[in-house]
Ligand binder design. Structure first.
Ligand code: FPP
Length: 250
């Protein structure tokens, strides 16, 4: 049995992988950050938005083309109404306060997830942010809001079944590439790296389809403490990992 070749150049220097193009982040630990300071959970989420601003800026500086963040999962509807309201208010505030600057900085905003159950005003803000920034090319920011990875796959399956029933699609044509074109993140490359802060070791229904081959990184800090250095560290560790996509490597 042949050994996979180590990633080492002739000179004996470890070969670094290219940097990730698309980083996705499960922004976890806002509540614990707040609790540790005797503050209400909503304050943790507010600080979480500051960390998000830093992450967007750092992503641009570090040359990422796509950043995806998990801001509100379909499971988050199970939280107390007060906390749900606080998260919705933060999305409103984020779009209202940051949209013009993000647009100026060349950020394309995509809000991914289900529209079901969202108020008209939120849907209006989502459409405004996506329409205004749709031609920007510096960085795509996917904000997963009312998002669930299984729901994303179900929505794609429904579209496919409708197309088959309408006679527009032959079932033999259904393949992985077709599903990739129908999921909510269809216009982003698959994430290379998924980071979760707060030390929890779960995907929690995030990017289940597109993240199939992503490197996973679990960082031992609460999301409000995340900064440019944290992202640099994650990218650096990613570049040192050996990636084989199920093969034996180069
Ligand atoms: C998980 O922390 C975080 C969330 C459920 C929400 C993440 C949201 C933000 C960072 C701000 C929202 C940003 C926008 C643009 C709407 P947790 O509450 O589960 O923390 P815990 O596990 O410590 O309790």
């Amino acid at each position: 049995m042949s050994e996979p070749k180590p990633s080492v150049t002739d000179a004996g220097v470890a070969t670094l992988r290219p940097p990730p193009r698309h980083v996705a982040i499960i922004m976890d630990g806002n509540g614990r950050w707040a609790k540790a300071r005797g503050l209400p959970r909503a304050m943790g989420h507010k600080e979480g938005v500051e960390a998000l601003r830093r992450a967007v800026e750092a992503s641009r500086d570090l040359g990422l083309s796509h950043l995806s963040v998990y801001a509100f999962s379909t499971e988050n509807w199970n939280r107390p109404q007060q906390e749900i309201d606080a998260l919705f208010d933060l999305l409103r505030l984020f779009v209202k306060r940051d949209l013009a600057r993000l647009h100026r900085d060349g950020v394309r905003i995509r809000i991914i997830g289900s529209r079901d159950g969202l108020n008209e005003d939120i849907l209006g803000l989502i459409d405004e942010a996506m329409n205004l920034t749709k031609a920007n090319t510096k960085l795509t920011l996917n904000i997963a809001f009312n998002y669930g990875g299984r729901g994303e796959i179900v929505a794609a399956v429904k579209q496919i079944v409708e197309a088959v029933q309408a006679g527009r699609l032959n079932p033999t044509e259904i393949d992985e590439a077709m599903i990739s074109r129908m999921i909510w993140t269809a216009d982003s490359p698959d994430p290379d790296l998924v980071i979760r802060t707060s030390g929890e070791l779960r995907l929690s229904n995030f990017l289940l389809w597109s993240g199939a081959y992503a490197e996973l990184m679990f960082m031992d800090l609460w999301w409000p403490d995340f900064n440019k250095e944290s992202l640099e560290k994650a990218i650096d560790a990613f570049r040192r990992r050996d990636r084989r996509f199920g093969g034996l490597g180069s």
